[in-house]
Design a protein around this ligand. Sequence first.
Ligand SMILES: Nc1ncnc2c1ncn2[C@@H]1O[C@H](COP(=O)(O)OP(=O)(O)OP(=O)(O)O)[C@@H](O)[C@H]1O
Ligand SMILES: [Mg+2]
Length: 313
Amino acid sequence: MSEIAIRIEALSRDFGTIRAVDSLTLEVPRGTVFGFLGPNGAGKTTTIRMLLGLLAPTAGNATVLGFDVRTQAGAIRERSGALLEHNGLYERLNAEDNLDFYGRIYRMSGADRQARIRELLTHLSLWDRRHELVRDLSKGMRQKLAVARALIHQPPLIFLDEPTAGLDPVAAASLRDDLASLVQKEGVTVFLNTHNLPEAEKLCAQVGVIRDGKLLAVGHPDTLRARTEGNRVTISGSGFDDNILTLLHARPGVDRAQFVNGHIEIGLTGEVEVSSLVSLIVGAGGQIEEVRKDKASLEDVFLALVREEQEVE
Ligand SMILES: Nc1ncnc2c1ncn2[C@@H]1O[C@H](COP(=O)(O)OP(=O)(O)OP(=O)(O)O)[C@@H](O)[C@H]1O
Ligand SMILES: [Mg+2]
């Protein structure tokens, strides 16, 4: 079997005059979690819908698990799980019956369904709630149940379209933890749409950044971070004024200096001794309480990429 779970070649999709996905080329290796990152309207959902054969491409090709998205959509949908914008649960059935229903659709035996439902619900801390109607579960619990639904037939590949959207931070973190451990345990390939950067950092071995239908970059989050050269230094204290910012700006290797929530945030492009920046600030009358040096976050990378692209246009 091929090592590539998803192969996309120059795939495009138009809606009237809008090119929602623009000549996308991408490969997702088996057993990896691929994060598809992009702002609203970037083309993420459209891509997943094409990969599941729910939407015909305008141009280009794609295969999923070796099957062609144009002609073999049935085979793709049988072998993959999907959690799209609609969670696919029946509000008036209880948690267990929902999963049992989907297990039957995938023609699982009664014993297999029972074992799998117990395994998934236990993992997701929902086993005790299995007799409750979906409409009585919290949003976070429903979302977990929807993940269980996508995984019921042990597919080798799942598509998740913003699985934590609309959840509170605690529920989102809990779902992410569960996803991370499930994915590791079952070795499933995941295609994850998200605009949540910490989520991509936590879960994904590879991320692709898309905007206006175009893929801007792809790689491991660390590799992308390294591409956006530079570190960030955050300095907190008092007596900071615009004059200090101007002086910092004038320093070679300082890309930007700005106030963020009362702190000074400095973006560095080269190797700069932080102590020299500290003495500059002190010399100009600032009092320093704390200095923190961070690597570029995925958010920095993302913003830099989106900005680069805008400058090119
Ligand atoms: N059925 C449709 N008819 C017309 N235009 C559409 C349709 N579906 C998507 N689009 C357009 O295609 C573009 C990409 O939309 P898409 O839903 O793929 O973005 P997305 O990256 O999933 O965004 P979000 O983060 O908001 O979910 C948008 O401009 C959108 O308006
Ligand atoms: Mg979407």
